[in-house]
Design a protein. Structure first.
Length: 336
């Protein structure tokens, strides 16, 4: 098999995985909707453990080289992380204002905006032919900063919609994000051979855990979902579109290459929706968790679409170059 066909096969498999994630999450939502009463009783206290599993899996996939880029290329990482924690929180506030959302939905959307980068963003960056190393670094740094920035920004921007305890939220983020990631890194160092064998299944394990979180959220919000589901979907879609567009624009204004612009769009536009849904379920009203649950599906779908558009643009550019070269070759043929 040629290298190009191998790459095509890998890309196809990654696309299947990326589009398969929303399918599993939708299944989780359906299970939660129709089995609400039984599920709510059976899964009490599961959310934090499930989030810990997701973050532990992320820690297992990280390696020291993923952080080297922060030292070698600090500026794009800095630009990306700042954009992440400025554009998305303020974008959520803008959507709340434009749509005049209810306090519970507003607080949930703002929490989603204050969450770190999504765990699926690295896969989407690969599909979009972005800067994969930068994507991994940005996700890692924004996640490690989440115990500080997520609760502080959420309290500042969403505190007017409902009372919040930022200290409790920060402690929960340390327990379900920071500690599992560190534990995953330790496992990676101590038993690298075992970790290498299980890494291929980790994305599916993580998305299954997210699907269960979504099922739990939907189970506790079945009536609210019927009442406000369309409103939440529109709000999440607008918020996501702002992130993708302004993330790319940030790369353009700061004169980053196209690969980096794509990565910035993806990292800014895709949030850790599972974490947002879990935190909202723990620290806000039940309806507040809907934004994270809906985003768990929507962000993956738009991420896959964005990647497809990027690849289509690359293919058009390649065809244009080939056509130009063919024209030039024809023009250079001597006439006798």
């Amino acid at each position: 098999m040629s290298p190009s066909s191998t790459t095509t096969s890998q890309d196809r498999n990654v696309y299947i995985a990326t589009l398969g994630f929303p399918v599993l999450i939708i299944i989780g939502g359906i299970v939660g909707f129709f089995g609400a009463d039984d599920l709510a009783a059976a899964t009490s206290g599961w959310v934090n453990w499930l989030l810990g599993i997701i973050m532990f899996g992320m820690g297992l996939t990280l390696q020291p080289r993923d952080f080297v880029i922060v030292a070698k290329r600090p500026l794009p990482v800095f630009i990306g992380v700042v954009a992440q924690y400025v554009i998305m929180p303020l974008g959520a506030v803008a959507v709340v204002w434009v749509m005049d959302l209810s306090p519970a939905i507003a607080a949930g959307l703002i929490l989603l905006g204050c969450a770190p980068g999504g765990t699926a963003s690295n896969v989407v960056a690969y599909l979009a032919r972005g800067d994969l190393a930068l994507s991994v670094a940005m996700t890692s740094v924004s996640t490690l900063l989440a115990p500080v920035f997520t609760p502080v920004l959420t309290l500042w921007l969403a505190g007017e919609y409902m009372p919040l305890n930022a200290a409790d939220m920060a402690l929960d983020i340390v327990k379900v994000v920071l500690l599992p990631i560190v534990l995953g890194l330790v496992f990676r160092v101590l038993v690298p051979g075992f970790v290498d064998r299980v890494v291929p299944v980790l994305p599916w394990l993580s998305v299954t855990a997210i699907a269960v979180v979504v099922a739990i959220v939907v189970a506790g919000n079945r009536d609210n979902l019927i009442e406000a589901g369309v409103v939440v979907l529109i709000a999440v879609a607008l918020h996501n579109a702002l992130g993708l567009a302004l993330g790319y624009w940030t790369g353009r204004v700061t004169r980053r290459p196209v690969q980096v612009r794509r990565t910035l769009a993806i990292e800014v536009g895709m949030q850790n929706s599972g974490l947002a849904a879990g935190l909202a379920a723990q620290h806000m009203e039940p309806m507040s968790a809907l934004a994270g649950a809906v985003a768990a599906v929507w962000h993956n779908l738009t991420g896959a679409l964005f990647a497809a558009c990027c690849r289509a643009a690359d293919n058009r550019a390649a065809r244009a170059v080939t056509a130009h070269e063919d024209t030039a070759d024809t023009t250079d043929i001597p006439v006798h």
